[in-house]
Design a protein around this ligand. Structure first.
Ligand SMILES: Nc1nc(=O)c2c([nH]1)NC[C@@H]1CN(c3ccc(C(=O)N[C@@H](CCC(=O)O)C(=O)O)cc3)CN21
Ligand SMILES: CC(C)C(=O)C(=O)O
Ligand SMILES: [Mg+2]
Length: 263
């Protein structure tokens, strides 16, 4: 069963695995509506896979809002989480609360922001304002310049401190990205809120992937994703087939057009 409430989401820890995907548009969210997926993330990865930006740093609040709106219009039964884009929460608590609040006004059920101890006080002020917050530790792509790439994050002590700080601040769940599986396991056993992993192994409370990677749509697929389909190739083949059919006069055929009667 899809999960719409934060409480139900949290109750899954230690019982059922939580499964999430990103989605950025109405049509995809309509398809997801009919599935048993638990949650949808309108991730800032949309900047790279939907908009062609070089990284997620170029993503604006308006980008997130426009895609969030299209997902919300699909009215999915799944929990909708929206990413806080780069520079929408770093400067002040006021920015963080106002921008997160804006995403809730547009129909998100919760927001996600990147960081551990650095953002813990912002997380608690957002929680005080009534905003459900999902944390995100390990590889935080908004800091790829500082990290020096999309590297695996190895500092176990810092990762555990980050997870604990977010739990204490009131986060309802934490994404762990590109971290050794045994460290993610330790974090999962240490905290009482669900861990949702991407590139952090199987010992987590849930898994999340970018939907383009699952479907084989992207030009680059990270090592931790598994393309269950090669949709890119299917689309290419289909477009070439259509083009050939038009050129050969096979499309449109009788059922695809109408003639006036008596002509
Ligand atoms: N399509 C897509 N899928 C994603 O999961 C994703 C995005 N885009 N864009 C935003 C971030 C970037 N992500 C990435 C991208 C690359 C690696 C990667 O290749 N890591 C390698 C190389 C690291 C290096 O040395 O630069 C690794 O071994 O960890 C990991 C996560 C995850 N996110
Ligand atoms: C990969 C997930 C966790 C994310 O933050 C995104 O898609 O932006
Ligand atoms: Mg993101």
């Amino acid at each position: 069963m899809a999960i719409k409430s934060i409480k139900d989401f949290m109750k899954k820890k230690g019982k059922d695995k939580i499964v999430m995907l990103t989605a950025y548009d109405y049509t995809t969210a309509r398809i997801i509506s009919k599935t048993n997926l638990d949650g949808i993330l309108v991730g800032d990865s949309l900047g790279m896979v939907m908009l062609g930006y070089k990284s997620t740093l170029q993503v604006s609040m308006n980008d997130i809002i426009s895609h969030l709106d299209s997902v919300v219009r699909a009215n999915p039964p799944q929990l909708i989480v929206a990413d806080m884009p780069f520079m929408s929460y770093e400067y002040s608590k006021k920015d963080a609360i106002l921008n997160a609040g804006k995403l809730l006004k547009h129909g998100a059920d919760a927001i996600k922001l990147e960081g551990g101890i650095e953002v813990a006080s912002k997380v608690s002020s957002m929680i005080s304002a009534g905003i459900p917050v999902m944390g995100h530790i390990g590889l935080t792509p908004q800091r790829y310049l500082e990290i020096g790439g999309y590297k695996i994050i190895k500092d176990e002590e810092k990762l555990i401190k980050d997870a604990k700080a977010l739990e204490e601040a009131g986060a309802f769940s934490i994404v762990i990205e590109n971290v050794y599986a045994d460290i993610a396991k330790k974090i999962t056993e240490t905290i009482n809120i669900p861990t949702i992993c991407i590139g952090a192994g199987p010992y987590c409370d849930g898994q999340i992937l970018v939907i383009h990677d699952l479907l084989g749509l992207g030009e680059f697929i990270p090592y931790f994703a598994k393309p269950y389909l090669n949709l890119k190739e299917e689309i290419e083949k289909t477009i070439n087939q259509f083009s050939e059919d038009v050129k050969k006069g096979k499309f449109p055929s009788k059922e695809n057009y109408r003639l006036r009667e008596n002509s």
